[in-house]
Design a protein around this ligand. Sequence first.
Ligand code: UDP
Length: 239
Amino acid sequence: MSQVKYKRVLIKLSGEALAGERGVGIDIATVQEIAKELKEVHDLGIEIALVIGGGNLWRGEAAAAAGMERVPADYTGMLGTVMNALVMADALEREGVITRVQTAINMQQLAEPYVRGRALRHLEKDRIVIFAAGTGSPYFSTDTTAALRAAEIGADAILMAKNGVDGVYNDDPRTNTAAIKFEELTHLDVLKQGLKIMDSTASSLSMDNNIDLVVFNLNETGNIKRVVLGENIGTTVSN
Ligand code: UDP
């Protein structure tokens, strides 16, 4: 068996990953495919925590731009991440993986509140933990949530699964065919060059806490496994 590179990972999925071809909302078949892949990785003995965004359902900033007050707009976004988390937990359970959803905003009828010690215990017991409702605070993103939770649980890396983009480029590869992909970068490069991998709060949190980040394309089946087995398929960002 190939050697695993990471023992405990925080996988960040954008909300859009759950939307499939439709681009918005939740496509159950797509979620099930991702769950299958996560199970395969979990079967290698890797501890997995998940943070799922909410952009497939709602973006606080966009709602605020359309006239809504930012704080309730962001709370609405956080609730979207809870919907995504519940759907993913169900899909994982159907693959035979035991899961726990923990929310940063208490809603104990449907999920546990976020408690770090309990999250660690779940991971040790081979359960996949899904951190939902972001950080629980407006003005933050689920990328920042990923960096924060990765630091809290001592994850070996954040695996940033992107939709159709296979790494970090010096320009948008969808509009500029001459854009060059980076194999390795530092968090400081990302901040200085304003590379759009994650927001600057998430980048500086990852830098300050020395967390490695691997950016890769989720849309190719088997990629999560390739990354945990140490294949260089995307861009690695570290200090
Ligand atoms: N959000 C927030 N605080 C957090 C995390 C998320 O207010 O700690 C809100 C914010 O409105 C954001 C929405 O939830 O637009 C969805 O999250 P995000 O945009 O990070 O999702 P993704 O782009 O990863 O799908």
